[in-house]
Design a protein around this ligand. Structure first.
Ligand code: SF4
Ligand code: SF4
Length: 227
């Protein structure tokens, strides 16, 4: 059980490390990648912004540097936040920003931090899809887990938009989702995406072209929900 003070201190410390969003969720077995394991199922999801002035240049070396700056910053931050919890007597382990054990966008969506767009990336009110995710897993049972998500209207917007489907240079984003045997849906063909991602500075065209990046969440929300 975490005390109110320790949770408040944790949140304040996260902000000093450049963390922008914090959400709390219990990981489901279906969130965890094959042959990966979590020591604790209680997850603290963390977001860090990728700066828009760098992402707008995608694909480019500048964008690639920003992607890795964010991975590094977030990676260092989750390690420090994990250590913070351990120092206060709570067992925890870090989920790295790059190559994690579980599906961060799925967990972050359930935690109410945003909604997953057709491009497979979490879209948030603050930065649209221009962010990276990582997690801290912990034994702490009384985290303020959320079961509400006010952002799921984004899915309906995506169904009308499809801009990333048209703009993806690899044709890796499908207009209609692939439905797997277990009922989960996915719009992204990761094998196709891997080619421009590897050969062209991490691609990132789908982030740059997303309307939530260029126009902003609140503007789209007010016009879309008013229709
Ligand atoms: S990173 Fe590039 S190739 Fe991959 S889905 Fe986005 S736009 Fe398509
Ligand atoms: S570009 Fe359009 S369809 Fe693709 S994720 Fe963004 S809002 Fe959704």
């Amino acid at each position: 059980m975490i005390s109110e003070k320790d949770l408040k201190d944790f949140t304040a410390y996260a902000k000093t490390l450049g963390i922008n969003g914090i959400g709390f969720i219990v990981a489901k077995p279906s969130d965890i990648f094959k042959e990966k394991h979590l020591l604790f199922k209680n997850a603290i999801l963390l977001t860090m912004e990728m700066k828009a002035d760098k992402i707008v240049k995608a694909p480019s070396k500048t964008t690639m540097k920003e992607i890795f700056r964010t991975y590094l910053g977030l990676g260092v931050s989750v390690n420090k936040l994990t250590q913070f919890l351990k120092d206060r007597g709570y067992r925890a382990h870090a989920g790295p920003a790059l190559g994690g054990e579980a599906n961060y966008p799925l967990m972050a969506e359930r935690a109410g931090l945003g909604a997953i767009g057709k491009h497979g990336i979490l879209i948030t009110p603050e930065f649209g899809p221009s962010l990276r995710l990582a997690a801290v897993y912990t034994e702490i049972e009384n985290l303020p887990f959320s079961d509400e998500n006010p952002h799921l209207w984004v899915r309906d917007f995506c169904d009308k938009c499809n801009r990333c489907v048209r703009k993806c240079p690899a044709g890796a984003i499908y207009k209609d989702a692939i439905v797997f045997d277990d009922g989960t849906k996915q719009h992204i063909d990761y094998k196709k995406c891997a080619v421009p991602f590897s050969n062209n500075h991490g691609c990132t065209v789908c982030v740059k072209e997303c309307l939530f990046f260029s126009q902003g969440y609140e503007k789209i929300k007010s016009s879309f929900l008013a229709e």
